[in-house]
Design a protein around this ligand. Structure first.
Ligand code: GLV
Length: 331
């Protein structure tokens, strides 16, 4: 007997209830929770799949799409779509959904946390306590950088960049942003100046990246960009790893071209244990946890499920990806 429900591949298992909207609306084949990519049972089912719900760890490219002739929608539980060949999907009439908005506050919180942690040298100070190197209160021990009165340069004044600006305002930071175009109303509301990127790099004490990964932003922060920054400056990246040239950053940190960096995202992810970045002084690396709160991840899953359902039912997705904003995944 034919199954009347559309077949959907969910690439990684999610906690109970997060995809409750799909119950009874489709037949699901679910991948392993901890393994990135499509497991063999999902690969075998590709020819029959009408929907894919994936995470940022899955590469959805033309080869995969060629094996899925019935596919009607791709829905990712992420805002970034650099793992998906959106142009190849669009060429096949397959809409791609993503999850902007619901992760804005959690990701801005993490950017602020990284800024504070790196400015005040929290990892070093905490490790010194644990490892017995704290013998007395010291007038010159663990000194860091002041936030109040310093300048934060935000690269990309989208939703997350603006949410960081709101937080930074409360810490007394002066704000500037470099974005493709000025946004006068938002700038007035946030008290933030629009400046060209080279000026932002030269005048900022802290630089935080909030652009999507595209052809234009790949390696935006390279050796030349790092050389423009102050030797006391700190770099925060909660956007996408490939926006920063990791080799150039490792050299800049070793040479003291900049004072430190805090990365929630790297290129590659994860960094191999021998990667030169991991020997750098004043570097924090986190395992890509910008949106990692229970509430946020659940909201992302719910939105991804609703994007998927809309695609299966031939409706406009709640949050379709703009094909002009997307990058082709690298080979
Ligand atoms: C996380 O990095 C996302 O793109 O949602």
């Amino acid at each position: 007997m034919n199954d009347p429900l559309p077949l959907v591949l969910v690439t990684r298992a999610l906690p109970d209830g997060w995809l409750g909207a799909l119950d009874g609306r489709c037949t699901m084949i679910v991948g392993d929770a901890d393994t990135p990519g499509l497991d063999p049972p999902l690969l075998d089912a590709l020819p029959r799949a009408e929907g894919i719900l994936c995470l940022l760890t899955e590469r959805i490219d033309a080869d995969l799409l060629d094996r899925a002739p019935q596919l009607r929608v791709v829905s990712t539980m992420a805002v970034g779509v650099d793992n998906i060949d959106v142009a190849a999907c669009t060429a096949r009439g397959i809409p791609v959904g993503h999850t902007p908005g619901v992760l804005t506050e959690a990701t801005a919180d993490l950017a602020m946390a990284l800024l504070l942690a790196t400015a005040r040298r929290l990892p070093q100070a905490a490790a010194d306590v644990r490892e017995g190197r704290w013998s007395t209160w010291s007038p010159t021990g663990w000194l860091g950088a002041d936030l109040c009165g310093a300048t934060l340069g935000i690269v990309g004044l989208g939703k997350i960049g603006a949410a960081l600006a709101r937080r930074a305002h409360g810490f007394g930071l002066a704000l500037c942003h470099a974005s493709p175009s000025p946004r006068p109303e938002l700038e007035a509301a946030l008290g933030i100046r629009h400046v060209p990127l080279p000026e932002l790099l030269a005048c900022s004490d802290f630089v935080s990246l909030h652009v999507p990964l595209t052809e234009h932003t790949h390696r935006l922060i390279d050796a030349r960009a790092l050389a423009r920054m102050k030797p006391t400056a700190l770099l925060v990246n909660t956007a996408r790893g490939p926006i920063v040239d990791p080799g150039a950053l490792a050299e800049a940190l070793h040479a003291g071209t900049i004072a430190g960096a805090a990365l929630d995202v790297t290129d590659p992810e994860p960094l191999p244990p021998t990667h030169p970045l991991l020997t750098c002084p004043n570097l924090i690396v986190l395992p890509h946890i910008g949106s990692a709160t229970w509430g946020t991840r659940r909201r992302m899953a719910e939105l991804a499920a609703n994007n998927l359902l809309a695609g299966l039912e031939g409706r406009r997705l709640l949050h379709p990806v703009d094909p002009t904003m997307a990058i082709r995944p690298r080979p």
